[in-house]
Design a protein around this ligand. Structure first.
Ligand code: DX5
Ligand code: ZN
Length: 227
């Protein structure tokens, strides 16, 4: 199981985004948080910004849509070339149809769950998604504390992924630090979004490598491999 680090540019210097992308070259993906001030009480970027980032980013864009009406907007992000487009389960009544549309355009399709959203209805639908994002904070802001009570959802997802034999990435987002990443990795996550802990570090490359190392050494089932 691979370990992937996806720094969130929500914590980057918005006036120098291209330069900020250069500081995280050793990451696997770049996480781009889209907020509409309706689904969450905060506003960030839109499609035009993602289209431009797509042109200058050396890393694939991992777009996280914290917006209402994803049916209307999500396909556009896939069309401008985002590598993955993740929408919120709470924002749509037709997650499967939307995921199929995103895949048809050529993006990886992701579904995100807020901390209070039950994972059970999605466990039988894993084949429809390329990644599931378990929010480890309430979506809307960077710099919040990791909510550990979300971890049972990851464990359920990891079991379901293993049983299905599918290659669905399990992502965590919010409050991921060199400490909390160990908890998330042990619970079953393989893809880690980190905003403030990467861009707030003096040396983002060193922080990415520390996060990667901590996640890999605490990865789910790692203790059982030898036995
Ligand atoms: C929160 C966003 C996160 C945020 C994480 O709504 O989805 O991606 O940038 O920031 P940190 O890592 O600072 O919690
Ligand atoms: Zn995010």
């Amino acid at each position: 199981m691979a370990t992937r680090i996806s720094p969130s540019i929500l914590a980057a210097d918005f006036a120098n985004l291209e330069r900020e992308l250069g500081r995280i070259r050793s990451a696997d993906l770049v996480h781009v948080d889209i907020m509409d001030n309706h689904f969450v009480p905060n506003l960030t970027f839109g499609l035009g910004m993602v289209e431009r980032l797509q042109q200058v980013s050396p890393l694939p864009l991992d777009v996280h849509l914290m917006i209402d009406d994803p049916e209307r907007w999500a396909p556009g992000y896939a069309e401008v070339g985002a590598y993955s487009v993740t929408f919120h389960a709470e924002a749509t009544a037709e997650p499967v149809a939307l995921a199929r549309r995103l895949r048809q355009i050529g993006a990886r399709a992701g579904i995100a769950l807020k901390p209070g959203t039950d994972v059970a209805p999605y466990l039988d639908l894993l084949g429809e998604f390329d990644q599931v994002l378990v929010m480890t904070v309430e979506p809307g802001f960077g710099g919040q504390s990791f909510i550990e009570s979300t971890m049972p959802k990851l464990a359920q997802l990891r079991t379901a992924v293993q049983q299905s034999g599918l290659d669905v990435w399990l992502q965590v987002d919010g409050g991921v630090t060199a400490q909390t990443i160990e908890i998330a990795a042990a619970a079953g996550a393989d893809t880690f979004v980190a905003g403030s802990s990467v861009f707030g570090a003096e040396n983002p490359a060193a922080q990415i490598s520390l996060l990667r190392q901590r996640a890999a050494s605490h990865r789910h089932g790692a203790g059982n491999l030898e036995s």
